[in-house]
Design a protein around this ligand. Sequence first.
Ligand code: UD1
Ligand code: CA
Length: 448
Amino acid sequence: MSRARAAIILAAGWGVRMKSDLPKVLHAMGGRPLIDWSLALAARLNCARTIVVIAADAEPVAARVRAALGEVAVQDPPRGTGDAARAAERAIEGFEGDVVVYFGDTPLIRAETLEQMFAARAGVDIVMLGFRPVDPTGYGRILRDGAGNFLRNVEHKDASEAERRETLCNAGALVADKGKLFELLAKLTDQNAQREFYLTDVPGLAHAAGGKVAIVEASETEVLGVNSRAQLAQAEAAFQHRARTEAMAGGVTLIDPPSVFFSYDTRIVADVTIEPNVFFGPGVNIAKAARIKAFSHIEGAEIGEGAQVGPFARLRPGAKLGARVKIGNFVEVKNATFGEKAQASHLAYIGDASIGARANLGAGTITCNYDGFAKYRTEIGEDAFIGSDTALVAPVKLGARVTTGAGSVITKDVPDGAFAVARGRQRNIEGWSDSSRAKKQTHKDAKP
Ligand code: UD1
Ligand code: CA
């Protein structure tokens, strides 16, 4: 039987290099804050307990941790990664089993890699995560003897020239038995260049006491740490690459993969086609054989089987499109349901509405859903035909098979099968234009 697991996530650094009013771990990758990525990882590993170590002034981070049913431990003041792990001791009291410690600013670590670390724990005291960066400058080095056995870690700032030539670096994550981990953490000192308690000294202490240390290696991309806006952009690029690769492996056609942007939870099934330059915010679900045409911006939307969206469409949260719905260019949809085969093909705003099956909304159809204070709903029945440039002043209900005249401002409900027109009646004045032009021309010719 596998041992119980807990996660300790270190996130007490504010991240000064981000130059932000926001704590670093609240910045987003793939539409989700970094801290949520770390919390989701602990959940995927089936951790019975998840403790996030935060700074004293990071209440917004604490709120997100609690929302994900994690526990918060405060490190005040921050005195290094070892000191941070120690700050979780009270919170983790009562837990027995394996603990994984990782950083809250490395959002690309995969559950598979940490599973490998848990698996490597058998017969070993500490499992570390290592990687070989293209440029190791700044990272802690993992030092081993000639036979490849682990000796100790050394931080870049404490390392000699010879030690700095080592290319195997410490990624920061570590797995150990809880009792063992806190026994070793208690022995840390801050006798180093940074006067900090280093978590990275724990494996060395284990080795010195006759314990065994194993190393699992990850790719540099996977353990990329976000310390600056430039690294946040790098992490985003790595996430997007991963998401595009997974979408295509799942049977989605991306005509130009680098120009399609996904969120952490974008769900698209096989045989969907995505044209170039499409952005998916969080909460998008797309059914079979749908086509998303170029330059569309989509978030919080459900798109039914065989539906067509775009080019240049905007679907906002609460947009629900049934099967074979068509949403064309320059159409914005928010909190609105479209029944099967309904369509709005050009230039429309449809908000807080329900549109019946097969209804056709003409160019320029606008739901006037907001009076400056509250939002109101518009209902349109099946097979309705809404004339071009119809303004629907909500709350308003149009029945099945209703037709509206182009340019109408509809303020009253319309019964099933009726025609509604609400605009000034046209009047033609014979000869008016010709005589008016003639007068103006005479006036112009008379000028010197
Ligand atoms: C750390 C490792 C280094 C490794 C590198 C990989 C140590 C001593 N060094 O260095 O070996 O190569 O990561 O990226 O562990 N944190 C706290 N409290 C603190 C200090 C840090 O919670 O007092 C958190 C930070 O919020 C961050 C993480 O720990 O999420 C790592 O801290 P950071 O200062 O970035 O460590 P590095 O110097 O990069
Ligand atoms: Ca770092």
